[in-house]
Write a protein that binds this ligand. Structure first.
Ligand code: LIP
Length: 268
């Protein structure tokens, strides 16, 4: 077992434990106390408990490493080179309404994502990826959809919370994007949307969202043979900073670039 396999296994243990914990809250979603961070941006004890568990699990095994999570200030360890990115519940609005959500963790080394996971506790699906080592769902190797047929394209998106700065008019294009293809879907978790592209349940996904939610998913799609750029075809230095990304099989990527290329460009 390589060092990365071992770290990924520790991340998987943390996600499974956080999955069991959040499922207990999920079962009584109608009674949860909900904090409002901003318009459409919620938090509950489940998010905080999940992040605390993952933090303790990982930082006790990798003392001195850094960790950025969604609910607490980042932990800046002595080792700034290795950083875990954690979204303890991605799809909080889904979660609070009793719908599928995910837990996502990735390990960054400088600007590289070494490995990552996306765990859906409701369906017990564990998506994993290692840089150069492939993408997997519950141990089965993944490949993006091989379809090139525009009429069959299934494109995921999300409507980000209003506190994210949106490209003016970008989502007004949904009608045009929808017209010739099979359909547009809102999965409700950015990480899960990426996982769906990696395993072929969606042919592509675009959104403007936080990189912590999608770092594992981006690696997963790349390892499954997909393409990842920002909306104007640019590389990681752009989509990591602005969060405007397309993750897709090659044909859907080309289609979405064509649809989004006239949106005014956003630079880091
Ligand atoms: C949210 C995603 C949602 C997306 C938002 C945001 P949170 O994350 O799950 O699908 O549309 O832009 O990224 O706040 O639930 O962790």
């Amino acid at each position: 077992m390589t060092e990365i396999d071992k770290i990924l296994n520790d991340m998987i243990d943390a996600a499974r434990q956080a999955g069991a914990l959040t499922l207990e809250h999920f079962k009584r979603f109608r009674d949860l106390e909900i904090g409002i961070k901003g318009p459409g941006d919620f938090v509950s004890d489940a998010d905080r408990d999940s992040e605390t568990l993952i933090r303790n699990h990982l930082l006790s095994r990798y003392p001195g490493w850094s960790l950025t999570g969604e609910e607490f200030p980042p932990t800046e360890g002595e080792n700034q080179d290795y950083r875990f990115l954690v979204d303890p519940i991605d799809g909080t609005t889904n979660f609070l309404n009793g719908q599928h959500y995910t837990i996502t963790i990735s390990l960054r080394h400088g600007r590289q994502t070494l490995c990552g996971l996306i765990y859906n506790p409701v369906s017990d699906e564990m998506f994993t990826a290692i840089q150069g080592g492939g993408a997997f769902l519950n141990g089965e190797r993944l490949q993006v959809s091989q379809s090139q047929d525009v009429a069959l394209m299934a494109v995921g998106t999300g409507l980000p919370t209003p506190n994210l700065s949106l490209h003016p008019g970008a989502y007004a294009r949904l009608d045009a994007i929808r017209a010739p293809i099979g359909g547009v879907r809102i999965v409700g978790s950015a990480a899960n949307s990426c996982a769906y592209v990696a395993c072929g349940r969606l042919t592509g996904y675009f959104e403007e969202t936080g990189f912590g939610d999608t770092a594992a998913g981006i690696l997963m799609v790349l390892e499954a043979g997909g393409v990842v750029t920002d909306w104007w075809g640019r590389g990681p230095e752009y989509y990591e900073a602005t969060g405007a990304m397309i993750v897709a099989n090659p044909a859907t990527h080309a289609y979405l670039i064509e649809q989004l290329k006239d949106v005014p460009q956003k630079n880091p």
